[in-house]
Design a protein. Structure first.
Length: 299
């Protein structure tokens, strides 16, 4: 019921009377506290990026990393992005925070390149960040300021961000593409999953949502949907990244279904930058010296 009320409140917008249940008032109070602290999070150095490696599913070769933001507050402890990103979005804080994330991730990718680790970095863009005026210019300026080759930047977008105005979204995506950035649709299969968007948007990759990966080994329906998504993606020349891969069994099923890339705890958790540097150099050393391919058990 709270979800429905929240949904209706959102639909009504700011100028209308909104009805909140008592437990939502508590939630609203907590939100304000979080928002107040979040306002100073970047300047107080409380934000940090972790990086989760992604691998080619057949060879195990690292093909990239995804930057995932973390908020460590002295009073609140670790706040998950699932909690604070929505607050950042609704308060407008996502714009400065998003800029910080992009700058930090690009600088890290450049530092890895300078250390001989040529790894593309994927950054999540939230809907509000994507819709904020001048997003394409901000991304271009950040690339210029950090000096990162745009081919080493991937942006993860969600379907929801383009619902309102698909034409404008396509324009923005095209300006990203013109720079040489890789575009990926995140969490595919949740939300609206409008298939026509896959055709109309200038996308390179699709991330199969982790809920399908989680269920595919015991739910024939989840497996069927995953395979259908893979088939549609491939026929549109999109590469598929499976997210949330935790077991060898999932990995084997995905490899058999010709999924190209995987990301998940089975391969690596999201890591602080220094740990990720170690992971990347270790794997690179192995891939240069070892000829044994990554064991998926699938042929
Ligand atoms: P996402 O972009 O779909 O990121 C994947 C989430 O799955 C991450 O959660 C990651 O830690 C988690 N994950 C990775 N492998 C596994 C696995 O094997 N099993 C399970 N159960 N989970 C796995 P996280 O870091 O808590 O982020 C949650 C969401 O918050 C992200 O979903 C993304 O939508 C948002 N987010 C995170 N960082 C950023 C950011 O820098 N900017 C924006 N705008 N959103 C972000
Ligand atoms: Mg993502
Ligand atoms: Mg995702
Ligand atoms: Mg997800």
């Amino acid at each position: 019921a709270a979800d429905v009320a929240m949904y209706q409140a959102k639909q009504l917008g700011r100028s209308n009377i909104q009805y909140y249940s008592p437990d939502m008032r508590v939630a609203a109070g907590k939100r304000l506290t979080l928002e107040g602290k979040l306002r100073h999070a970047a300047e107080n150095n409380e934000l940090v990026l972790h990086y989760q490696p992604k691998a080619d599913i057949k060879s195990g070769r690292i093909v990239g990393v995804e930057a995932l933001v973390r908020w460590q507050n002295p009073e609140l402890g670790m706040v998950s992005p699932g909690v604070f990103i929505p607050i950042a979005e609704e308060s407008g804080l996502i714009v400065p925070i998003g800029d910080w994330i992009l700058r930090t991730a690009c600088a890290q990718a450049l530092a890895w390149q300078q250390a001989g680790l040529h790894i593309p970095v994927a950054v999540n863009l939230s809907a509000k960040q994507f819709q904020a005026p001048g997003i394409a210019a901000r991304v271009r300026d950040t690339l210029e300021a950090t000096g990162l080759d745009p081919h080493y930047l991937e942006l993860e977008l969600t379907e929801s961000m383009s619902m309102g105005n698909p034409e404008k979204s396509i324009d923005i995506m095209q300006s990203f593409k013109a720079l040489g950035i890789t575009l990926t649709i995140d969490d595919f299969g949740t939300g609206y999953s409008n298939l026509s968007y896959l055709q109309r948007f200038p996308l390179d990759k699709l991330k199969l949502d982790q809920s399908f990966v989680r269920d595919m080994t015991h739910s024939p329906e989840a497996l069927a949907i995953s395979q259908a998504v893979l088939a549609v993606a491939h026929s549109l020349h999109l590469k598929v990244v499976a997210e949330g891969v935790e077991t060898l069994e999932q990995l084997q099923l995905l490899a058999k279904s010709n999924c190209e890339e995987m990301q998940g705890y089975y391969f690596s958790r999201p890591l602080p930058a220094e740990d990720c540097t170690r992971f990347l150099s270790e794997k690179r050393r192995l891939s240069l010296q070892e000829t044994v391919p990554f064991k998926t058990g699938a042929t």
